[in-house]
Design a protein around this ligand. Structure first.
Ligand code: TYM
Length: 327
C-alpha cells in the first residue's frame, strides 16, 4: 500500500478551501493507502500566539477532522509536537536546505508581509514541513495547490541528502486534486480563500451558521455580464462557484457550466451543496466536543503509531550522516 502523509495547521477555523483542497481527499485516501495525518502545531508557532491558544485549537482541529470523516481505525491522526522526531529531523533538513531555496518560497513572502515580528521559524518553515513528509517514507502528499512549491522543495532536498549521504529518504509526490485545489475568496475571487482575508464574508467556515453560509454564496461577487462560463482569467467569481459545485458533484466545471444560464440558480445550488456537506460535519462536531477525552485518547494512539515509524527513519538518517551513535 502506498504511504500517504499530509498536515494542517491549527490556526483558526477550517474553511471550505481546506476541505476541498485537502481534507476530503484525506478521507478518501485513508481507504486506499497507509495514511498519516498530522496537526502541525509546531508550524503554527511560527507566527506569534497567546499562551494556551495553540493547544486549544489543536484539540478543536482534531475534533473537526474526525467529524469530517477521518477514521482512526483506518488512518493515523496525530499531533506534530507529540512526536519529537519532527523537530529533530527538521534541524537536519535545515542543514541541507539553502537560504536561496527558502527565500524563493512564496508562502514566506506572503506571510512575512503580514507580520510585524518575522520569526526565523517562519523562514525555515518549509524545512520542517519537508521533515514531516520524509519522516514517514511518504509516497504521496495530498495538498492544495498552494503547497506545491513546498513539496517540490522537499523532493529537491531529499534528493540532495540521498546523494550526499546515500539512499535514505523516499522521494514523495504531491497529490493535488483536479478540481478544488484552489478555492477562491467569495468577495475577492482573485485571492485564495483563507482564514483571515476579509473579515469573513468571502470565507466559508465549517463553524458558520448554515444560514450564514447560504447568505455568503448569495452575496458572492460575480461580474457584470451574465454568461455562465468557466474562464478563470476573465470570470474568476463565476469560475470559483463552478469549481466548488463541480468538486462536490464529481463533474468538470465545463459540464456544470452547461447546466446554467443565470448566476442566481448557480449561486443557490452551490450554496445548497456546501450546506449539505457541512450540516452532518457540524452535527458530529457537537458530539465530539461533548467528550474531549475520547479525542485525546485517539491522538495518543496516533502519536504512538507515528513515533514508531519516525524514530526508525531518524535513526537511518543519523546513521547515514555518520553521527557518533550513543552507547
Ligand atoms: P494549511 O494549514 O494552510 O492548509 C491545509 C491544507 O488546505 C489546503 N488549502 C486550500 N486548498 C484549496 N483552496 C484553498 N483556498 C486552500 N487553502 C488551504 C492547503 O493546500 C493544505 O493542503 N504548510 C502546510 C501544512 C503542512 C503540511 C506538512 C502539509 C505542514 N507540514 C506536510 C503537507 C505535508 C499548511 O500551512 O497548510
Amino acid at each position: 500500500m502506498p504511504r500517504v502523509l499530509s498536515g494542517i495547521q491549527p490556526t483558526g477555523d477550517l474553511h471550505l478551501g481546506n476541505l476541498l483542497g485537502a481534507v476530503l481527499n484525506w478521507v478518501q485516501d485513508q481507504q486506499q493507502a497507509d495514511s498519516l495525518y498530522c496537526i502541525v502545531d509546531m508550524h503554527a508557532l511560527t507566527v506569534p500566539k497567546q499562551p494556551g491558544e495553540i493547544g486549544e485549537r489543536t484539540l478543536e482541529l482534531a475534533q473537526v477532522l474526525l467529524a469530517c470523516g477521518l477514521d482512526p481505525e483506518q488512518c493515523t491522526l496525530f499531533v506534530q509536537s507529540h512526536v519529537p522526531e519532527h523537530t529533530e529531523l527538521g534541524w537536519i533538513i535545515q542543514c541541507v536546505t539553502s537560504m536561496g531555496e527558502l527565500r524563493r518560497m512564496t508562502q514566506f513572502k506572503d506571510k512575512s508581509e503580514q507580520q510585524e515580528f518575522i520569526s526565523a521559524g517562519l523562514f525555515t518553515y518549509p524545512a520542517l514541513q519537508a521533515a514531516d513528509i520524509l519522516l514517514y517514507d511518504t509516497d504521496k502528499v495530498p495538498v492544495g495547490e498552494d503547497q506545491r512549491q513546498h513539496i517540490e522543495l522537499t523532493r529537491d532536498v531529499a534528493e540532495r541528502f540521498n546523494k550526499r549521504f546515500g539512499e535514505t529518504f523516499v522521494i514523495p509526490q504531491a497529490s493535488i486534486p483536479r478540481i478544488g485545489a484552489r478555492v477562491m475568496d467569495l468577495q475577492i475571487p482573485t485571492n485564495k480563500m483563507s482564514k483571515s482575508s476579509d473579515g469573513g464574508a468571502g470565507t466559508v467556515y465549517l463553524s458558520d451558521d448554515l444560514a450564514a453560509i447560504a447568505k455568503k454564496f448569495s452575496r458572492a461577487v460575480t461580474d457584470s455580464d451574465s454568461e455562465v462560463r468557466f474562464d478563470v482569467a476573465e470570470k474568476p467569481g463565476v469560475s470559483n462557484l463552478l469549481s466548488i459545485l463541480s468538486a462536490l458533484t464529481q463533474r468538470t466545471p465545463e459540464e456544470t457550466a452547461a447546466e446554467y444560464t443565470q448566476y442566481g440558480p448557480l449561486k443557490k445550488d452551490t450554496a445548497e451543496a456546501v450546506v449539505e456537506l457541512i450540516r452532518p460535519i457540524q452535527a458530529r462536531m457537537a458530539e465530539l466536543k461533548a467528550d474531549p477525552s475520547a479525542t485525546l485518547a485517539l491522538l495518543a494512539v496516533g502519536a504512538e503509531k507515528a513515533g514508531s515509524i519516525a524514530s526508525a527513519v531518524v535513526e537511518r538518517a543519523k546513521n547515514n550522516i555518520g553521527l557518533l551513535p550513543r552507547r
